[in-house]
Design a protein. Structure first.
Length: 500
């Protein structure tokens, strides 16, 4: 079997690719816009990575050649015109799959009731209908809230419950939901690949529990060992206001919170379980809600989050890597460049650099970083709270607070480079690059902030924040090198006691 996965850099697609490869099910091909995003993924060398764009008919036609099963796992979740984009992508994909002789399409959509739907759910439903009419046998799996480490729905639930012991909540928290563990979602996706050729239909998929969102928060608190949460539903919190609140309290930005909350306004419970006739439950049954929360929390505490919602690139952000010489643009490029010797070995300094962000922070003026993060959240940006997928390890394409890892080069003998691209709301394009190179008596740390302004607002922005660069960027240089020296000293036998 030859499988094509669209959305392999996303939350579900990345996990599905790994499981197909682990199962030895056949050849796995991934169509991605930026192959570098998969460069550091453990399974990437076992897959066939193709560069292309789903909005380009030639790209998808080439990717479909020789394919048996196509997994359609893409959504323009926070794109302003996401419905039109997804409609066009579905039409192009369906036609390409039919012309290439693809035997099966599998699409993961959203569980929904009959009647009027939110714009988000209506779009996902429309995509499923387009694929069902494509002429290729299609299985549309419809899921509600997916419970798993790193999923946007789970992160929203987790942070709301953990941070707010008393909550004023909208009325929709009493709507019924049938959540499903991510492991069961993946099991159904794998099973759908072998459906009989005459099967061309939707399937509702869900876990064994039907709960309200209020129940889900209280049961999360119980599993996590938190006190009982006091929750007071009020009628004045609209979905839009709720999305703003989620944007402030949780790492999930408003652009993603909007469609998630719009979906929760509906009751989403399976109306049929016909999928069990083709993909039966395992002997131990489907994973219940409490067990799914336990598994997700264990993954988070163990630093084993395989994929995360923030792995998807934020729309409207620059996708081209920063050139080695930023003056290529022919326009204004603002730079803040600093470097400093460190007595620490290069490996110790590199460990501090690649461990930056998330819970560890940015090694300088925490208040300034926090204020800038809050300002970004207030205008609908990602802010600082996306954190890290893994507390110690980075890979190309990872979200890191308001940055995206654009380049990660670990050349032990020469220079090691971490390049981050800004995804905050800013009038221009910004990068932060950190380098570590060997040097007599230790190592040299280099740091470069690059900003390419857009219009007058961009120039005004740079000069308004430039006075703080000495504190922020200068502080980073000093504290990163000092931390590496301290850590390196503690690791040397007999040195820790002397330094104490």
């Amino acid at each position: 079997m030859r499988y094509l996965i669209t959305g392999a850099t996303g939350y579900i697609g990345g996990r599905l690719a790994a499981r197909l490869i682990d199962a030895g099910a056949g050849t796995v091909r991934c169509l991605v816009r930026d192959p570098d995003k998969l460069r550091d993924v453990p399974w990437a060398h076992l897959a066939e990575i193709m560069q292309g764009d789903l909005l380009d008919p030639a790209s998808i036609r080439a990717a479909c050649e020789g394919v048996d099963v196509l997994y359609f796992l893409v959504h323009s979740l926070s794109d302003r015109d996401f419905a039109a984009t997804d409609r066009r992508v579905a039409l192009i994909t369906g036609q390409a799959a039919r012309e290439a002789g693809v035997r099966r399409i599998v699409y993961l959509g959203g569980l929904h009731p009959d009647g009027a739907l939110s714009e988000h759910l209506a779009s996902r439903t429309e995509v499923g209908e387009i694929l069902l009419r494509s002429g290729v046998p299609t299985a549309v799996l419809q899921a509600a809230v997916i419970i798993g480490s790193g999923s946007a729905s789970f992160e929203m639930l987790r942070y709301l419950t953990e941070r707010l012991p008393v909550m004023l909540t909208p009325r929709w928290v009493r709507n019924r939901i049938q959540p499903i563990a991510v492991r069961d979602v993946l099991r159904y996706l794998l099973g759908a690949a072998t459906l009989p050729s005459e099967v061309n239909r939707t399937f509702d998929i869900g876990g064994p529990d039907v709960l309200t969102y209020l129940d889900m928060m209280q049961r999360y608190a119980a599993v996590a060992g938190l006190p009982w949460r006091r929750i007071v539903p009020v009628p004045v919190l609209t979905p839009r206001l709720s999305a703003h609140w989620v944007n402030i309290v949780t790492p999930v930005p408003k652009g993603i919170a909007d469609p998630l909350i719009e979906s929760l306004v509906h009751e989403v419970v399976c109306s049929e379980q016909d999928i069990l006739g083709y993909v039966p439950d395992p002997p131990e049954g489907r994973i219940g809600y409490d067990r799914a929360v336990q598994l997700a929390l264990a993954r988070i505490s163990g630093g084993e989050v395989e994929t995360r919602w923030s792995g998807a690139t934020v729309p409207d952000m620059p996708s081209d890597p920063l050139p080695s010489d930023p003056r290529w643009s022919g326009g204004t490029v603002y730079l803040d460049e600093r470097e400093q010797h460190s007595d620490a070995e290069p490996a110790a300094l590199w460990a501090v650099v690649t461990g930056i962000g998330g819970e560890r922070g940015w090694y300088s003026f925490p208040l300034a970083w926090a204020v800038r993060g809050w300002m970004d959240r207030l205008v609908g940006g990602v802010g600082l709270r996306r954190g890290r997928r893994d507390p110690d390890r980075l890979q190309t394409g990872d979200a890191l607070d308001w940055w995206r890892v654009e380049q990660l080069r670990d050349d032990h003998a020469n220079e090691r480079t971490l390049r981050l691209r800004a995804e905050m709301k800013v009038p221009g394009r910004a990068w932060l690059e950190m380098t570590v190179s060997p040097e007599a008596g230790g190592s040299r740390y280099g740091q470069r902030a690059v900003f390419i302004p857009r219009g007058l607002a961009g120039h005004l922005y740079w000069w308004s924040v430039a006075p703080f660069h000495g504190i922020v960027f200068g502080g980073m240089v000093r504290n990163i090198t000092r931390t590496a020296e301290r850590v390196g000293l503690q690791r040397q036998p007999g040195k820790a006691a002397d330094s104490a």
